[in-house]
Design a protein around this ligand. Structure first.
Ligand code: HEC
Ligand code: HEC
Ligand code: HEC
Ligand code: HEC
Ligand code: HEC
Ligand code: HEC
Ligand code: HEC
Ligand code: HEC
Length: 422
C-alpha cells in the first residue's frame, strides 16, 4: 500500500514535469545526472555528513540529486560559479515547488510564510508591537540571533552570489529568499533527509514554539495527548506517506496531527492557519475571518478519537475562557493604559517606562499562556502560569497606575524621567 502511494506520487511528478514548458529531454537529464554524480563524489569527501543524509532520503531513492535542487541560471540573483558549475546555496520553497506545488502553495498561504512582517517595520498599532523591543531596546545583534532565528529575515546577497554573514545562516520559518519567495521548508524537514517523520514529531515544532510567551511544547507535554506520546512514541509508525498517517499508526495526536496531517475526513495541509478559529497571540483575541470552516476542520481531527459531545464541550469551555480573558483582564487594563497616554502620564516612546514592560508581560506572556493552555489541554498553564498571574498582574498594574496619578497630583510633572531616576 505504502509503496504504491509513493510510486504514484513519483510518476505524477515526472508527468507534471514533462507536461511543462521546461520539459526535459532524455539527453538533458543524462547531462544533469552526470553533473550530480560529480557533486556526490567530491562532497562525499568534503562534507560526508551531507551526502550520508541525502543517501538515506526519499529523494535519493527517487533519483532527485544535488543538482535538481541546487542548479541555478545565470539570471538568478544568487547564482554562484562553483567548480565551473552554476549553483545556488539557497533552495527556496519556490525551488521545491517544481515538484511539490501543493505543499508550497498551502505553506505560502499560512501565517508561517508571513512571519517576517514585523521586521524593522514601523509599529502600526502603537505601543503593543514587540519589534521595538528586539531592534531598539535590545539591539540589532540580539534581534538577529533571537527574533530572526525563529521568524526569519531577508537573505542578502554579497559578492559573487555568496550570502552575507549578517543574514546567513537563516532557517527562520518566514525568511525572505533572494528569489522573492518566503519561508524555509527546512524549518520542519531538515536537510538533507527531508523526512516526513521528523516533521510529525512535536520537538520539531517545539524548537520555536516554547518559552514564556508561547509555551505550546510545554503545554503539549503536560496534556494527556503528550503524556501518551512520551510513553508510546517508539512503537508508532512515523514513516507513512503524507495524508495517510491516521489512527492505525498512533493513539494520541502530535502538533502536526491537529494542525496539519490528513486524518479521517480532515485533509492534509501545509497551511497551519487553516484549522484555527481564534487569534490567540495578539493582545486581544478576536475570531478569525473563516472561523467556522476552520473550526470544523480542526474538529474533524478530534472526531477520529472523541465523540461530538466531548469536542463541543471542550470548545464551549475554551470560548468561555477567551471571553473571560478579553473582557475581565485585557479590555479594562488596556483602557487604563490608553488613559495614561492621553493624559501625558506616559511618553509616546515604547518600553521606556516600567509599567510598559509590566503591561507587555501581562498580555504577551501571562495572557497568551492562559489562552494557549486552555486550548491545548494544559491546565497548569491555563491556571497557575496563566489566569492566576493575570489576577495578580492586574492588581499590580492598578497599583502602579495609582502611584503615577498620585505623583501627578502632588505636582511631580512628567513621570517618565522620574521613574527612570528611581
Ligand atoms: C571538486 C569538489 C566539488 C565538487 C565537484 C562540488 N563541490 Fe560543492 N563544495 C566543495 C567544497 C570544498 C565546498 C566548501 C567550500 C567552502 O567551504 O566554502 C563546497 C561548498 C558547496 C556549497 C556551499 C557553498 C556556500 O557558499 O555555503 C554548496 C551548496 C555546494 N557545494 C553544492 C555543490 C553542488 C550542488 C555540486 C554539484 C553541482 C557541487 N557542490 C560540486 C567541493 C565540491
Ligand atoms: C531536495 C533538495 C536538495 C537536494 C536533493 C540537495 N540539497 Fe543541498 N541543500 C538544500 C537545502 C534546502 C539547503 C539549505 C539551504 C537553504 O536553507 O535554502 C541545502 C544546503 C546545502 C549545502 C550548504 C550546507 C551548509 O551547512 O553550509 C551544501 C554544501 C549542499 N546543500 C550540498 C548538497 C549536495 C552535495 C547534495 C547532493 C548529495 C545536495 N546538497 C542535495 C536542498 C537540497
Ligand atoms: C526534482 C523534484 C524534487 C524537488 C526539486 C524536491 N523534491 Fe521532495 N520529493 C521528490 C520526490 C520524487 C519524492 C518522493 C515522493 C514519495 O516518495 O512519495 C520527494 C519526497 C519529499 C518528502 C517526503 C519524504 C518522506 O520522508 O517521505 C519531503 C518532505 C520532501 N520531498 C521535501 C522537499 C523539499 C523541502 C524540497 C525543497 C528543498 C524538495 N522536496 C525538492 C521530488 C522533489
Ligand atoms: C524561539 C522562537 C522565537 C523567538 C526567538 C521570537 N519569536 Fe516571535 N513568535 C514565535 C512563535 C512560535 C510565534 C507564534 C505564537 C503563537 O501564535 O502562539 C511568535 C509570534 C510573534 C508575533 C505575533 C505574530 C502574530 O501574528 O500575532 C510577533 C509580532 C513576534 N513574534 C515578534 C517577535 C520579536 C520582535 C522577537 C524578538 C524580540 C521574537 N518574536 C522572537 C517564535 C519566536
Ligand atoms: C523555525 C521556527 C518554527 C517552527 C519549526 C515551527 N513554527 Fe509555527 N510559527 C512560528 C512563528 C514565528 C509563528 C508566528 C508567525 C506570525 O504570525 O508572525 C508561528 C505560527 C504558528 C501557528 C499560528 C498560525 C496563525 O495563523 O496564527 C501555528 C498553528 C503553528 N505555528 C504551528 C506549528 C507546527 C504544528 C509546527 C511543527 C509541525 C511549527 N509551527 C513549527 C515558528 C515556527
Ligand atoms: C511547519 C512544519 C512544516 C514545514 C515548514 C513544511 N512541512 Fe512539509 N510536512 C510537514 C508535516 C507535518 C508533514 C506530514 C503531513 C501528514 O502527516 O500527513 C509534511 C509532509 C510533506 C510532504 C509529503 C510527503 C509525502 O509522503 O507525500 C512533502 C512533499 C512536503 N512536506 C514538502 C514540504 C515543502 C516543499 C515545504 C516548504 C514549502 C514544507 N514541506 C514545509 C511539516 C512541514
Ligand atoms: C489535540 C490537538 C492539538 C495539539 C496536539 C496541538 N494543538 Fe495547537 N491548537 C489546537 C487548538 C484546538 C487550538 C485553538 C484553535 C482555535 O483557535 O480554534 C490551537 C492553537 C495553537 C496555536 C495558536 C495560534 C494563534 O491563534 O495564535 C499555536 C501556535 C499552536 N496551536 C501550536 C501548536 C504546537 C506547536 C503544538 C505541539 C507542541 C500544538 N499546537 C499541539 C489543537 C492542538
Ligand atoms: C489520535 C487520537 C486523538 C485525537 C486526534 C485527539 N485526541 Fe484527545 N485524547 C485522546 C486520548 C487517547 C486521550 C486520553 C483519554 C483518557 O483520559 O482516557 C485524550 C484526551 C483528551 C482530553 C482530556 C484531557 C485531560 O486532561 O483529561 C481532551 C480535553 C481532549 N483529548 C480533547 C481533544 C480535542 C479537542 C481534540 C481535537 C482538537 C483531540 N482531543 C484530538 C486521543 C485523541
Amino acid at each position: 500500500m505504502m509503496e504504491r502511494i509513493r510510486v504514484l506520487v513519483f510518476l505524477g511528478i515526472f508527468a507534471a514535469m514533462s507536461g511543462s514548458a521546461a520539459a526535459q529531454t532524455a539527453a538533458d537529464r543524462a547531462r544533469e545526472e552526470k553533473i550530480a554524480a560529480k557533486c556526490v563524489s567530491c562532497h562525499a569527501k568534503e562534507s560526508p555528513g551531507i551526502v550520508n543524509d541525502w543517501k538515506a532520503s526519499q529523494h535519493a531513492r527517487a533519483r532527485v540529486g544535488c543538482y535538481d535542487c541546487h542548479k541555478a541560471k545565470k539570471t538568478d540573483v544568487d547564482a554562484q560559479a562553483h567548480k565551473d558549475i552554476l549553483i545556488s546555496v539557497v533552495v527556496s520553497p519556490k525551488d521545491c515547488s517544481r515538484c511539490h506545488p501543493k505543499e508550497e502553495r498551502e505553506f505560502s498561504e499560512s501565517h508561517h510564510a508571513k512571519a517576517t512582517t514585523f521586521l524593522r517595520s514601523e509599529t502600526p498599532k502603537g505601543r503593543i508591537m514587540d519589534n521595538v523591543l528586539g531592534y531598539k531596546v535590545e539591539g540589532a545583534a540580539a534581534a538577529r540571533t533571537g527574533c530572526e532565528k525563529c521568524h526569519g529575515s531577508k537573505v542578502e546577497i554579497g559578492e559573487n552570489g555568496t550570502l552575507t554573514a549578517a543574514t546567513w545562516p537563516n532557517t527562520g520559518i518566514g525568511r525572505i529568499n533572494p528569489d522573492g519567495s518566503k519561508g524555509a521548508c527546512t524549518a520542519c524537514h531538515t536537510r538533507h533527509r527531508f523526512s516526513v517523520a521528523e516533521a510529525r514529531k512535536p520537538e520539531t515544532c517545539g524548537s520555536c514554539h516554547l518559552g514564556p510567551d508561547h509555551p505550546q511544547i510545554e503545554i503539549y507535554l503536560e496534556s494527556k495527548h503528550g503524556v501518551i506520546y512520551t510513553q508510546e512514541k517508539d512503537n508508532w509508525n512515523w514513516e507513512i506517506a503524507g495524508g495517510h498517517w491516521d489512527v492505525q499508526y498512533y493513539r494520541a495526536p502530535t502538533c502536526a496531527t491537529c494542525h496539519m496531517s490528513g486524518i479521517g475526513d480532515a485533509e492534509v495541509t501545509h497551511n497551519v492557519s487553516s484549522r484555527l478559529s481564534w487569534k490567540l497571540a495578539p493582545p486581544r483575541s478576536e475570531a478569525r475571518e473563516n472561523w467556522k470552516e476552520n473550526r470544523e476542520a480542526m474538529q474533524k481531527v478530534c472526531l477520529n478519537c472523541h465523540s461530538v459531545n466531548w469536542v463541543k464541550g471542550f470548545y464551549q469551555q475554551g470560548d468561555d475562557a477567551i471571553k473571560l480573558y478579553n473582557e475581565k483582564f485585557f479590555d479594562p487594563m488596556n483602557a487604563e493604559m490608553e488613559k495614561l497616554y492621553e493624559e501625558g502620564l506616559l511618553t509616546k516612546e515604547q518600553f521606556d517606562e516600567e509599567i510598559e514592560f509590566k503591561f507587555f508581560e501581562y498580555w504577551h506572556h501571562e495572557g497568551r499562556r492562559a489562552r494557549m493552555g486552555v486550548f491545548m489541554m494544559g491546565p497548569d498553564y491555563a491556571q497557575w502560569h496563566g489566569f492566576y498571574e493575570l489576577g495578580r498582574g492586574k492588581l499590580e498594574l492598578l497599583g502602579m497606575i495609582r502611584e503615577l496619578r498620585e505623583k501627578k497630583a502632588n505636582g511631580h510633572g512628567s513621570t517618565s524621567e522620574e521613574m527612570r531616576k528611581k
